[in-house]
Design a protein around this ligand. Sequence first.
Ligand SMILES: [Ca+2]
Ligand SMILES: [Ca+2]
Ligand SMILES: [Ca+2]
Length: 484
Amino acid sequence: MENKFKSLIFVCVFILALSVHFLIFPRAEASGNLWYCDPVNGNTSTGDGSSEHPWGSIESVLAANKFESKYYNGSVRNSGAPIKAGDSVYLMDGYHGAISLSNYFNSDYISIQAAPGHNPKLSYIYLSSGSKWKFEGLSVSTEHSGSITKRSLIEIRGISYPASYITIENNDVFSKNDITGWTAQDWLDYGATTGIYTSSSNVSNITITNNRVKNIRMGIRVGASDSTIKYNTVTNIGGDSMTVLNNNNIIENNTFKNYFKPDPADHLDAIQFHRGADQVTPLANIIVRNNYILDFENNVTDTLKYSPQGITAFDAPPTNFTVENNVVITSHYHGITLERLSNSKVANNLVFDHLPNDSMNTAIRIHGGIAGVPATNSIVRNNIAADYALTLDASSAADHNINYRTEGGANSFFANYSQLDLHHIASSPAVNSGICANAPSTDYDGVIRPQGSACDAGAYEYVLSSAPEPDTTPPAPPSGVGVN
Ligand SMILES: [Ca+2]
Ligand SMILES: [Ca+2]
Ligand SMILES: [Ca+2]
């Protein structure tokens, strides 16, 4: 009886201890502990990283070597340090300094993220050589340090060793929060060079999603290969909003808008593909889908506003590209220009000329470029643009493309184009004018193709008002009443 009682006490104490443990260290995800950094009230020397006794800024926690990780050669770094692979570090309100990491290879992700309801501020994030890091929910700008420095704000490099499996998600990234009244010189002096930079040597498997980048010279540089860049918004751009320099990348559902030209020598692009000095090696295996590009919103009056080139590859031959469902609104000749294209598909894009009365008709240009060779084994189909320049060989197909400018004008096609609503009107010649072979299965809005008798040209599929909308409502929970 007494032994039984003792066992019961032991079990109770054990459960209590376990509960207290998880109260202090609640499990953030599938595994790993949760740690707290509070730059206002925490203390890295005397705290223990718990919610009751948080450490100070993340910069001070890094300096105090509280991350156990591995060097590239496999040996343990900071053996016995509290934060380990699989853990999450919650950053609380306040200024956390910078994150600078070099040669930290985690065996499982370590997440550095905003604590729920908090808005932690960092001057920049720099990672050279490392793996399995996640940065989430952070506000990143050198302005937070008290003085603006021209540099890349989130920067991933593989200098001595690779950098891979890094996730950059839901962060706010900007040179300066408010750029009202910026002159061209202000852009040049203070516009951070790049919002999110990934180097093209030794960087792969980077996930960049749902970030908001603004007030920046260059938005997102995709030097990385095998990476995914989705649902980011880049606003107020004084240069290129995205450059892509490597293979096997997915560029999807991003929004780029409001361009300014502070440097007359620049060639502004929304999404530009190149390999720097190497103009021979193809860029391969890239999906560019459902992106929205707008040169400037109608309410932008700044004299520096500018219509950039849209989606362009001049300097490296693109191969195995899928470019579909993109909405490109600009007034440059080059709406979508892909020179020396091969084994690719350019389908159901909508290229709209924002300034119809200037000298440039915004076009889709698929042709030879500097090498003078036509596109090979490629399909250009179901697009709408204000002009075309297509030179394709016999292995390719260009069909069902519409030049809305010469085939009736914007009035005949678009719902409310002066307010930039480019959905089809019911009588648009683009409705049911395309073919579904090689068309994307959904449109820019996610509507299933086809609606009506055939696939439409352009990025939007016209939905009859009497037709049922796509069902996005989750099914009702079971009522408990038997239904036959
Ligand atoms: Ca450019
Ligand atoms: Ca124009
Ligand atoms: Ca249709």
